[in-house]
Design a protein around this ligand. Structure first.
Ligand SMILES: [Mn+2]
Length: 311
């Protein structure tokens, strides 16, 4: 059975505490559990104080088959940040914004360039999603149509990343959109000229949505990841949705990270749970202890509180 572990963002101390709480130990030279496997949802890097240690623990477990891992948008962004396009400019441009996001990682690897390159080569092979029979794991959003678009043996080589950034693919091909939604979630245009400011203070006209809510019934407050007070009580205007599909109640349980949730971990739906409760902001590093159940339960969350958390 599996323990699904949320976004770590360089918080290796809390990761070790969580693994110990879950009954994993280091007796084999990597963390393992006699009966269970961990599944990491990605976002190992950026922000936190111990990124190298985090990668060492996670990769050590994956290499020795005591864990599986999916790619997060931060690993993907790191690859693009370091990959040159045909014009000699990086695929992820080195703006103040993108550089701020990767600063902790760059600083901590400044003296360890080869080690960083080796980890990036490992990122290239991380799967975008994991379908484990009765259980699904993806960093941000599961949509069966997206999953079908993505080849199982996909590797994020320089060539492939460059191909994704050509006009033919970038922000428009089914493959690009499938990878983008798996890693970053579904975003929809906000109606009537409304916008909001993200956590970096950047003005956003598209909203991340709860892709497992019934788009025909839901109100904005239960669909949008951020509140827009003027829209909150209205039913979602389906004309603004590129896709009306949502992850239905009869689908297999799916786990994601990515959304910087706060407070006490709770399932999102009977078959959907997010395990990112913002250890990147010193809140909680969360796991879900899955024992094969089709209906998920709030009782199965296990977590470690970060320094910024008084709970
Ligand atoms: Mn993320």
């Amino acid at each position: 059975m599996y323990d699904i572990i949320g976004d770590i963002h360089g918080h290796a101390d809390e990761l070790l505490q969580l693994l110990e709480k879950l009954g994993y130990d280091n007796s084999k030279g990597y963390y393992s559990h006699p009966e269970r496997k961990a599944v990491f949802v990605g976002d190992f890097i950026d922000r936190g104080p111990k990124i190298r240690e985090t990668l060492k623990i996670v990769k050590g477990m994956v290499d020795n088959e005591s864990a599986l891992a999916t790619m997060g948008n931060h690993e993907y962004n790191a690859l693009c940040y370091h990959t040159l396009g045909p014009d000699g400019i990086h695929l992820r441009k080195h703006t103040n914004y993108s550089t701020l996001q990767v600063k902790a990682t760059l600083d901590q690897f400044a003296m360890f360039e080869k080690e960083w390159r080796d980890y990036m080569n490992w990122f290239r092979k991380l799967p975008v999603y994991l379908d484990l029979g009765e259980l699904r794991v993806v960093h941000a959003c599961w949509d069966p149509e997206n999953v079908k678009e993505i080849p199982e043996d996909l590797e994020f080589t320089d060539e492939f990343l460059n191909e994704l950034h050509t006009d033919e693919h970038y922000k428009k091909s089914p493959l690009y959109k499938a990878i983008d939604e798996c890693l970053k979630g579904r975003e929809v245009r906000i109606p009537n000229g409304y916008s909001f400011k993200d956590k970096y203070g950047k003005e956003r006209y598209e909203m991340r949505v709860k892709w497992y809510r019934d788009t025909g019934k839901v109100r904005y407050r239960d669909y949008y990841m951020e509140d827009i007070p003027d829209l909150s009580g209205d039913k979602v205007d389906q004309n603004y949705l590129e896709k009306k599909y949502f992850y239905g109640a009869d689908e297999k349980p799916v786990f994601c990270g990515h959304y910087w949730f706060s407070g006490t971990p709770e399932i999102e739906e009977k078959n959907v749970a997010c395990v990112d409760y913002s250890i990147g902001k010193e809140e909680k590093l969360v796991a879900y202890r899955w024992d094969g159940e089709k209906e998920l339960s709030n009782k199965k969350f296990v977590w470690i509180s970060g320094n910024g958390n008084k709970n």
